[in-house]
Design a protein around this ligand. Structure first.
Ligand SMILES: [Fe+2]
Ligand SMILES: [Fe+2]
Length: 225
């Protein structure tokens, strides 16, 4: 982790030099509206980190940087994928058909290369904030959730999901937010990323498996009763 100059009782300081430097660069890079969203995600992520025992500083840093590349248009994103050499990692089909999800991986690739002070945990959360992954750390989940629930988000279900923050477990909250996003994508007729099925099956498996066992038990009881 980067060096800190001063810290408050929670071990975090707004005077953190890396955070302040990156925040200033992000502010210059994106539109006012986008930056407001990034600040909203940083604040929400920090709050979630405090609730769920993750590092508030890393949560804030990943939050303020997560949409570093979101203002690039589709062609600029495609060029950047090739410049960063990550076309193999993200897949040509996705580059062609879902360029809007690539701002996470391109931002992570650039930030990792250009700012080696940024801790790997924050880079991972930035990379995974669009598509998620079958392997999500607590910080990855926190950024994914904060992106959906920051104060600027206005969709119908947002209040109910926000009310779970700090009440439900991190996994329950992540499950509900992920479920909400894929439902919203299908409702809009959007493509789903090829990894989405495997991610969803991992998340839904425990409950779905429980139901299957209960159903099979009932069938057997009927057979024998
Ligand atoms: Fe994003
Ligand atoms: Fe975002």
């Amino acid at each position: 982790m980067s060096k800190r100059t001063s810290s408050d009782a929670n071990g975090i300081s707004s005077a953190e030099p890396l955070y302040e430097r990156m925040r200033a660069l992000a502010k210059e890079r994106v539109s006012k509206k986008r930056f407001k969203h990034m600040e909203g995600v940083a604040g929400t992520a920090e709050r979630l980190a405090r609730s769920y025992g993750a590092d508030p500083y890393l949560a804030r840093l990943a939050g303020i940087l997560h949409d570093w590349d979101k203002d690039l248009d589709n062609d600029q994103i495609r060029v950047k994928v090739h410049e960063m050499g990550i076309q193999g990692e993200v897949g040509e089909w996705v580059v062609r058909n879902m360029p809007q999800v690539l701002h996470g991986p391109t931002a992570a690739a650039e930030l990792e290369r250009s700012f080696p002070d940024i801790p790997a945990e924050a880079i991972s959360a930035i990379r995974k904030h669009t598509i998620a992954s079958r392997e999500m750390s607590d910080l990855d989940k926190i950024i994914y959730i904060a992106d959906a629930l920051e104060p600027g988000r206005r969709f119908d279900e947002v209040q109910e999901l926000r009310s779970m923050m700090g009440e439900a477990s991190l996994d329950e909250l992540y499950y509900e937010v992920y479920r909400f996003w894929i439902q919203a994508l299908v409702d809009k007729g959007c493509l789903l990323h090829p990894d989405t099925l495997a991610i969803w099956n991992d998340l839904a498996y425990p409950q779905a498996h429980e139901r299957l066992l209960a159903y099979e038990r009932r069938c057997k009881e009927k057979e024998h009763g």
